[in-house]
Design a protein around this ligand. Sequence first.
Ligand code: BEZ
Length: 391
Amino acid sequence: MTLRTTLRQVALLGAASVALLCASATAQAPKLKVGLMLPYTGTFAALGVAIENGFRLYVGEQGGKLAGRELEFVKVDDESDPAKATDNVNKLIKRDNVDVIVGTVHSGVAMAMAKAAKDNGTLLIVPNAGADAVTGPMCANHIFRSSFSNWQPAYAMGEVAAKRGAKKAVTITWKYAAGDESVKGFREAFEKGGGQVVRELNLPFPNVEFQALLTEIASLKPDAVYTFFAGAGAVKFVKDYAAAGLKKTIPLYGAGFLTDGTLEAQGADADGLLTTLHYGDSLNTPRDNAFRLEYAKAYKLQPDVYAVQGYDAAQMLAIGLKAVNGDLGKKAEFAAAVEKAKIDSPRGAFTLGKNHNPVQDIYLRQVVGKENKVIGVASKQLADPGRGCRM
Ligand code: BEZ
């Protein structure tokens, strides 16, 4: 054996052991710990389940791994209770040491989560809660939203109501951040369009004793009613509005949560209602059709906006993770990748604004049977103003 042959064999052996070492390092990449903080009980329980379903569907489509890392889920039921939110989120951050938190539905809970995420530098992806502050004064380079801000669908509906000729409107909602901000967004556009909000009616979250307030609406006789309710509360409100005889006389407009994921239970009482949202049931695009088919196959259910937001939260995580090769320590690179991405959502592709909130079309939908049928685009590529966000 010549010296040259021996040297070549040594070099080959070296290369083989490096390859082996790399392979075992990849095999040993620790699982990515995902903290799912969502409501699994209470009025928003179905919303939490749909978000988790959507998230898992995307991960399943990627073979169960994102950027080569398997996922491990730690789940907390936040009960949509802001009083328990700080303890709940700290369990995920400090006890379970999660790498990323995905949550939640309720705006009040989400604000506590955003504070904890900021204090601890934990990556947070919000798959529903619209709290304006999360992408406003609380914005941060490691906080993202895959859903909407409360301002977005409300502002779009304010424009629609004014264009449809309503002059005097009454609003009715739960007294908490999402309800307040939704009404504020509606009022901003409605009054800009020449209308006037003559009364704001409220009840505490998650109460559903609507009767006294419906009687007040009947005596005020506005041209339109604007509302924000969601989940089980939305089911009861739509049924009570019809039972009070108001549906026949005063048009009811809503942020689309009023009729999303709720139509089976609302039945004919929802028929014809107009709402605004960043998703609808009849988009009929190849992307949405494929998503709906896979979702229905996996869960034997039709998807709703919450499922889409969960799916897109997983897509955003995947985009960032891929850019940093699975290393979530590289926060700036993660953020840069998600900021410049076009997210291939079933709702239609969207990008994020500087404040990390989706810039997206807000559809005008009308309930036809069991569908939120898209009948137009109420506001094209609507960006949340991100008031107070300094990044
Ligand atoms: C919220 O609290 O932000 C919210 C809850 C349910 C649906 C939409 C928004």
